[in-house]
Design a protein around this ligand. Structure first.
Ligand SMILES: N[C@@H](CCC(=O)N[C@@H](CS)C(=O)NCC(=O)O)C(=O)O
Length: 215
């Protein structure tokens, strides 16, 4: 059984969507911001989510793991699902996961912190990061013009890496709404029942404790 510590954020939703899509057994435990839950902090999470503990490892020793993209790769390896077997598609899957993690997410996070958390003195820098975010999403949109899913024909962990931040991106940056391929891809992902369950398994408005389970 996998225990996963969650809160309603896009990094966390990568992990819960993956757990639902892969069909692995799990329990999701909601840890609100500022939680001092000992098991949660013992994962090395530094108070951040997602963080998981896998108690069903091959050597029988629990494995704690943080970082949403590492969790995606770990669960793909454990379940044997959602990672292409064809070498080209697998390389493409890794390539776009890294693009989403390193090129798209950091400028978007900078806009978030500069405009919503610390307004005024940072607005000029925020505008630069906003343009950068839009340019990166434009490249992603062009890629999706020729690809049904991020790695090609097959839904994979690269789609799961991209989808929750894109939901937030479209809410917060209206300029992204003009990207039609991005929107069509998001509609395809949003229609998947496991994605819907995973997006909802993170504790929006819920007290601390167990909030979702698949046995
Ligand atoms: N790079 C990490 C980011 C984890 C992260 O920063 N999570 C945020 C929510 S998206 C969090 O828990 N923040 C709380 C904090 O920084 O105290 C990942 O992909 O898992």
């Amino acid at each position: 059984m996998i225990e996963i510590f969650v809160r309603p954020t896009s990094a966390t939703r990568r992990a819960t969507v993956m757990l639902e899509e892969s069909g692995l057994a799990y329990r999701a435990i909601h840890v609100p911001f500022g939680s001092t839950d000992e098991a949660f902090l013992a994962t090395g999470s530094r108070g951040r989510t997602p963080a998981l503990i896998d108690r069903g490892t091959p050597d029988g020793r629990p494995l704690a793991l943080t970082q949403s993209n590492a969790i995606l790769l770990y669960l793909a390896g454990k379940s044997g699902k959602l990672i292409p077997t064809d070498y080209r598609a697998r390389a493409r899957c890794h390539e776009w996961m890294m693009m989403l993690a390193t090129d798209i997410y950091p400028p978007f996070a900078a806009v978030y912190f500069m405009t919503w958390k610390k307004p005024e003195p940072y607005m000029e820098a925020a505008a630069w990061f906003e343009d950068r975010t839009i340019a990166e999403y434009e490249a992603f949109d062009r890629h999706l013009a020729d690809n049904e899913y991020v790695a090609g024909d097959e839904f994979s962990i690269a789609d799961i890496a991209g989808y929750p931040p894109a939901v937030l991106g479209l809410e917060d940056l209206p300029a992204l709404r003009r990207f039609q391929n991005l929107r069509a891809w998001m509609d395809r992902i949003a229609a998947r029942p496991a994605v819907q369950r995973g997006m909802a398994a993170t504790g929006e408005g819920r007290p601390a404790g167990l909030i979702a389970q698949r046995s």
